[in-house]
Each structure stands twice: as C-alpha cells, then as structure tokens.
Design a binder for this molecule. Structure first.
Ligand code: FES
Length: 64
C-alpha cells in the first residue's frame, strides 16, 4: 500500500498495532521507525500508543 500510494500520489494512512507494555507513552516499548528530517538515513521513533496509532504511510519506515 505504501508503494502504491507513493506511486500514484494518493494520501493514505495506516492504523498500527504493536505490543504495548505500558499503553500510556512511558516505556517506549511500542515504537515504530518514521522518516527523520535530517536526510535519507535519519529516522525518529514514534510511540504507537501515544503518537498514533494512525500514521501517514509515507512517514513510516517499513524495512530495516
Ligand atoms: S506502550 Fe509504553 S510507550 Fe507505548
């Protein structure tokens, strides 16, 4: 879906599920990698429980 939405320039979001040890944003146990702002190699971690669970597909780093 991420590849298709990028290819056809169609905005799309995903609602993610991960293990959530605390569920309140304190433990960082539910993070996903998202693209950073410091170049192609940079990334940030976002908490699915607090920052999501819905993220734009183009923001998520699906591999690595
Ligand atoms: S479950 Fe602990 S930060 Fe999300």
């Amino acid at each position: 879906m991420a590849r298709l939405s990028a290819k056809y320039n169609i905005p799309c979001e995903a609602s993610l599920e991960t293990a959530m040890p605390c569920g309140i944003g304190a433990c960082m146990g539910c993070t996903v990698k998202v693209k950073g702002t410091q170049g192609q190699e940079s990334f940030n971690l976002k908490r699915v429980c607090k920052d999501g669970p819905v993220f734009p597909l183009e923001e998520i780093i699906w591999h690595n």
